[in-house]
Write a protein that binds this ligand. Sequence first.
Ligand code: GTR
Length: 434
Amino acid sequence: MNRSQLRPFVTIIVTSFAFVALLHSSEVSAQPAGYNYDESKVPDFDLPELLKLLDGSAVKSDEDWTSKRRSEILSLFREHVFGNDPAGVPQLRTRERSRKQDALGGRAVRRQITVFFSDDDDGPSMDILIYTPTDAKTPVPCFMGLNFHGNHSVDPDPDIHLTTSWVRNDTKRGNIDHRATEKSRGQSSSRWPVEMIVSRGYGLATIYYGDVDPDFDDGFKNGIHSLLEPDTTERAGNAGGSISAWAWALSRGLDVLEMDPLVDGSKVSTFGHSRLGKTSLWAGASDERFAMVISNDSGCGGAALSRRRFGETVKRINTSFPHWFCINHRQYNENENASPVDHHMLMALIAPRPVYVASAEDDKWADPHGEMLSLYHAGPVFELLGRSGLPSNDVATVNKPIQTDVAYHIRTGKHDVTDFDWTQYMNFADLHLK
Ligand code: GTR
């Protein structure tokens, strides 16, 4: 092979290496080339109607919405986007793995609870790490979210169980050969300001998403699929993808928090960042027990309107992450307008409960304005149910949160979770859950 023959070969290797590196990064703030980041190039489109039933008749009352249209839309999301929920909820068994009455310098009670999904202690299970304020006199409202790197990444506390589940390789954070090492403790603590949360009177519960379904495309053989779906040879087009499995885990976490004497189970907010923000929205949409729903930079497949094709597209997400959505979702690759849903309908499924959508200015890949617009376009449903939606569809001012019955902010900075974001979530929760 001479040099010029070699060049395309090298380019292919370098490109695929970069592609794999991108897929394996949860810190994506880059703007991959070849996608639209220009508002003037957003195509024209019509959104599917929220307040019209599939038989063409109008939704006129909150009763029409609650008893008819809401369930139609929920079924459409199951059929065309996320797939069905994992079938056969097993009998959960829980075991308190540890408890510390004076964690965080005495400010918090910290517990680790293992949730077993079968009779087998070695079978699929997940750990919930829960912090509640030590000085609380009554059960507290609580935020619950999945984390990307293991519960031990949330705080450097050496007593937090180091996950033994698969983790994404990342030498810098101490994840070697898909296993967490001591070095990985506390590496995500900037995203989980536990002290700030308990000092404002809230609890925080978090679960490692890799306990439930490791985030790679293995044909649904591991995690809860090994238990609930032993035969995956011919998966149906509407069989749930990983987001559906992760959202299911949030509901199982809520089952546990509902029984928890330190937490007010009627005031649990689901929270998530990025792919886990998509998951938070789907959990909140499909499980009405969640009192509030927070999407942090969830982008395509989450808060953003797919029809805008701004930043990440349906085709790109289904190609990069074939395991996240159901197979039917691939019909809308470069064919978004044919979908019977768009993501304003995901927001509407959460109504009348409070929903917070947050974006970051430099996170163009997630389409900040499109994230806001889906919340805006869900407005008619919030209004039908006696709540107010977003007052305007104008591009939002950076660092100026809008918080009414729904909330939105775009902050300066990149694709991440910051103290600014958490401060806003707690301000909003103060309005609705206290
Ligand atoms: C990106 C993906 C986004 C977002 C992000 C993340 O690679 O394109 O949809 O989910 O990952 O989860 O960090």
